[in-house]
Design a binder for this molecule. Structure first.
Ligand code: DGL
Length: 272
């Protein structure tokens, strides 16, 4: 019997932190990952451009007959998720809703902080998602764009990373939040440093972990879970040459990537 794969995409390597949690929760599932390495970063781009990219990539994955789509990128989830759900008739899971739900569950003081790319923070998607769940929760946000290159460079605990994090997080710390959502694929790599700066009274919510739980629940609900008999395969596609993706990706995945293939989305569309 052949089983359909879970499709996952991100602007680049970042979504591998989400893939890591999904394969940890559902090791039996086949996955197809797409990283748009030729057009990364998305966090600084307009919602219109990000939505167009998201549509092209989703079409590519749908042509590979996936059973569920995970929008692993926070920026895409923030600006394009509802459009994708309207345009494609398969279950679509983003990273914002799961992270927001967890934040509302864990906050005691009702003061929640959210950090993410400029695009994610500008969209107010986390604030809206949290307020939908509990209008009384106060949400304080901060864009931390430099965390993305720091994480990719592996600068996650040196002086530069520490000073940058202290600068970005100072106001949130002063504001007395008790919960902080890591609203970007790259931020789990900086988690130990962020935890140290925010102190033991602030709970960090990792959207990647929460998303994996939502994926498992959605598949179970739709009777699409693959029986846990054997380990699934993981396939990787990127839009630029794979070398950089492989080098940085192993660190994001916390293990070794398999073969990575470069694809031209335009050509693929014409051929199919
Ligand atoms: N993957 C993006 C996100 O989670 C971060 C990198 C980018 O800006 O493309 O928002």
């Amino acid at each position: 019997m052949s089983w359909q794969a879970i499709g996952i995409f991100d602007s680049g390597v970042g979504g591998l932190t989400v893939l890591r949690e999904i394969t940890r929760a559902l090791p039996q599932e086949d996955t197809i990952y797409f990283g748009d390495t030729a057009r990364v970063p998305y966090g600084t781009k307009s919602p219109e451009t990000v939505s167009r990219y998201a549509h092209e990539i989703t079409s590519f994955l749908v042509r590979r007959d996936i059973k569920l789509l995970v929008v692993a990128c926070n920026t895409v989830s923030a600006v394009a998720l509802s459009g994708l759900k309207r345009q494609f008739s398969l279950p679509v899971v983003g990273v914002i809703e799961p992270g927001a739900r967890r934040a509302v569950e864990v906050t005691r003081s009702g003061r929640v902080g959210v950090i993410g790319t400029s695009g994610t923070i500008r969209s107010s998607a986390y604030t809206r998602a949290i307020k939908r769940l509990n209008p009384d929760v106060e949400v304080l946000t901060r864009a931390c764009p430099l965390f993305v290159p720091l994480a990719e460079e592996g600068w996650i605990d040196n002086q530069v990373a520490r000073l940058t994090a202290e600068c970005y997080l100072h106001e949130l710390k002063q504001a007395g939040i008790d919960t902080l959502v890591l609203g970007c694929t790259h931020y789990p790599l900086l988690k130990p440093l962020i935890a140290e700066i925010m102190g033991p009274d602030v709970v960090l919510v990792d959207s990647a972990e929460e998303t994996a739980r939502t994926v498992a629940a959605t598949l179970a609900d739709k009777h699409l879970l693959r029986p846990a008999a054997e380990k699934g395969n993981n396939h990787y596609y990127v839009s630029d040459i794979p070398a950089g993706f492989i080098r940085v990706g192993n660190r994001f995945l916390g293990g070794r990537l398999g073969d990575v293939y470069q694809v031209d989305l335009e050509k693929d569309r014409e051929e199919c």
